[in-house]
Design a protein around this ligand. Structure first.
Ligand code: MFK
Length: 632
């Protein structure tokens, strides 16, 4: 573009126009009376340019400093305090500190590359042969190497730190997650698959797979898929799974079916569900007809995928960094891992692990947005002072911080319980708590992540809405956390199911442990209002449970979501109090506990008092949702 055109555009266009107009008029009138002063329009404009605050070469002198990602380990007071309290091993702290530095300096930019270079599917080669090649970015591949080197899955199985090994592993994933370009998804499923194989006994044909899933050697490392979802069965796996397994003479199977949503489809192997056909071709319907299968993803000598066609990649709101595909299973060679009909019960171990990973991703997203917002608040000046000096802005960030702290302690407690179970130290109470809290924590933190990340974007003003800041991707990716691995409602019902199946024992464990967490609080008098709130909420909840047990199942079903929220909020309150009583706790820990406990800790009782679960509610809800004019 010529200078002339550029200036013309500048003078004529938009916001520059008002500012540019004055000097231009001034120059023209000044030169008009001078003898022999014949000046071209271009000269006028050249001269005008020296007065213009904006032009092609001068676009203003102010540039806002961007938020800077610093070492996420060093920046996280609660993580460091939690580890100092429970796992004060130099080796762990050093590793996390080094890794945090690597994440900030190196890995974060790979994560961004994964977002900018999403996977694509090449179905055919130039000559029309089917190849079904999912092309991923170099950054995505680097994440695989890094994951092996850093022991992202291995740490959980090496168990070098006994019952705290899972806390160590999940702390590392927590630091990694928002910079990982969604590589945490294949890692979640890989971890889940290793857990399933281990719990079923590491023997042929999966011994090699187990060693690859849990290795630190990048050239041997495998990731696993978890192909559960079919067109009819997202949540309702039991009735919606159509895939059939045809027995072969050598004892193996061939799978035929259509998997509708397979994440991280560039995996090396998968665990999946199918119905075994009998000799007449018949299968057993429902949950009891499902068995668990192991299959490797491999290519034949012509380069074609064995028994798989990739129909298409999904076009998703977020998690675009990662390939998610629709797969036609057309004779996929597979081995049955579970007894026939024990598929759901066998894959449940995988669901426990992936739900915990999901919760880790949720707290990591919250923590990341808080860290960036906190940094930005020291760099951005508005209305004459930095954001950090605006009390309302600080109040908003402090609320986000409280949410993040409560969620962090919830998730770490589930990791602690998992570690205890795996190292053979779990008491009956621990086992019950782990079963109850896994869905509770997953559903609660998934929702919290969306709320906190959304609030966090607002703290960057309009820049939080601008793609190439990388901030919007945080929100897009958070949105999936309440959906996959069981939606909020499906998990709320899972809570009811585990209460029923344990004859209420999971709730006994919950009440006993939550109360025990308050026991040290008498040493910190300033915590009294928080202790009173949690104690009161626990009593209310106990009463609710007693009453609800006498009501029809539909009553509890309507209360399920509020019940799960109550369990999460009260337990987080108790954990925050317990942490604030620790001798190494800070004033901020006490403040966070007090703030958390100011909210409605027991919404199920608040709503019950308003009659929200009465029998009149479901028909009224339906009428409201399908409301339409009754008068012409
Ligand atoms: C960063 C993190 C990233 C994470 C990445 C993951 C990406 C992958 C994306 C996906 O694959 S999303 C697909 C996820 N799909 C789901 O989460 C399915 C949601 N639906 C459910 O969870 C249903 O509740 C369920 C399929 C489990 C219901 O099936 P059933 O067959 O009706 O269950 P049923 O009859 O209640 O239980 C069957 C057995 O499983 C019982 O064992 P027993 O027969 O021995 O009694 C149950 O106890 C057991 N079970 C069910 N849920 C369990 C469980 N055991 C432990 N924990 C659970 N949650």
């Amino acid at each position: 573009m010529s200078v002339y055109r550029a200036l013309n555009r500048c003078v004529a266009g938009g916001c520059c126009r008002v500012r540019a107009a004055r000097p231009l008029v001034h120059i023209r009138s000044a030169s008009a009376g001078m003898p022999g002063a014949k000046r071209s329009d271009e000269e006028h404009l050249w001269e005008a340019a020296s007065y213009l605050p904006f032009s092609r070469t001068r676009i203003g002198s102010f540039f806002q400093e961007s938020p800077t990602l610093k070492n996420p380990f060093l920046e996280d007071a609660l993580l460091r305090a939690y580890l100092r309290r429970h796992l004060p091993e130099e080796a762990v702290l050093e590793d996390l500190c080094r890794f945090g530095e690597r994440v900030a300096k190196e890995v974060d930019s790979w994560g961004r590359d994964c977002e900018l270079n999403p996977p694509r599917l090449v179905n055919f080669d130039p000559w029309g042969r089917r190849v079904d090649h999912i092309v991923t970015s170099p950054a995505w591949k680097r994440m695989k190497t890094l994951s092996a080197e850093e022991g992202m899955v291995a740490i959980g199985y090496e168990r070098s730190f006994g019952e705290w090994s899972r806390v160590y592993q999940m702390s590392k994933l927590y630091i990694f997650s928002p910079s990982a370009g969604l590589y945490t998804c294949p890692l979640a499923m890989t971890d889940g698959a290793a857990k399933v194989i281990q719990s079923m006994g590491v023997s042929l044909p999966v011994d090699e797979a187990y060693s690859r899933l849990t290795t630190r050697q990048p050239e041997r490392f495998w990731t696993s898929g978890q192909w559960m979802t079919e067109r009819q069965g997202g949540s309702d796996v039991a009735t919606g799974t159509e895939t059939v397994a045809v027995p072969q003479t050598d004892g193996s199977y061939r799978l035929h079916g259509f998997k509708w949503f397979t994440s991280a489809t560039d995996a090396d192997m998968t665990l999946t569900l199918a119905r075994v056909q009998d000799q007449t071709g018949a299968t057993t319907p429902g949950s009891r007809g499902l068995s668990l299968f192991y299959a490797e993803v491999s290519r034949d000598e012509d380069g074609r995928l064995r028994g798989i066609e990739v129909q298409r990649l999904k076009d998703k709101l977020g998690t675009r960094q990662m390939p998610t595909a629709e797969l036609l299973l057309d004779g996929l060679p597979a081995h049955r891992l579970s007894e026939e009909g024990r598929g759901v019960a066998s894959i449940a171990n995988m669901l426990t692990i992936t739900r915990i990973h999901n919760s880790v991703a949720a707290i990591a997203a919250m923590r990341r947005v808080v860290q960036l917002a906190r940094d930005y608040a020291t760099r951005r000046t508005v209305f004459g002072k930095v954001l950090k000096d605006h009390p309302l802005h600080m109040q908003t960030l402090a609320r986000m911080e409280v949410e993040t702290r409560g969620a962090f302690l919830l998730v770490m407690d589930v990791c602690r319980l998992l570690g205890r179970e795996e190292s053979g130290l779990a008491t009956q109470r621990d086992t019950h708590l782990l079963r109850l809290l896994t869905p509770v924590v997953k559903l609660y933190t998934g929702k919290q992540a969306v709320a906190v990340v959304s609030e966090g974007l607002e703290s960057f003003g309009g820049q939080g809405y601008i793609e190439d800041t990388g901030l919007p991707a945080l929100l897009r990716d958070a949105q999936v956390l309440s959906i996959w691995e069981g939606t909020t409602n499906v998990l709320s019902l899972d809570v009811l199911r585990c209460v029923a199946r344990s004859s209420g024992m999971v709730l006994h464990a919950y009440f006993a442990h939550a109360k025990s967490l308050l026991s040290g609080a008498s040493t910190v008098p300033s915590l009294a209002p928080a202790v009173k709130a949690v104690d009161g909420a626990l009593s209310e909840l106990q009463e609710f449970v007693q009453v609800a047990a006498t009501r029809a199942p539909s009553y509890l079903e309507l209360a399920a979501r509020d019940l799960a929220y109550s369990l999460a909020r009260i337990y987080a309150g108790a954990l925050l109090i317990d942490h604030a009583c620790w001798k190494g706790a800070s004033q901020s820990d006490i403040y966070a506990a007090l703030r958390w406990c100011e909210q409605d800790l027991c919404p199920v009782v608040t709503k019950q008092a308003k009659g929200c679960y009465d029998s009149s509610t479901p028909p009224l809800d339906t009428a409201l949702v399908y409301d339409h004019p009754t008068h012409p």
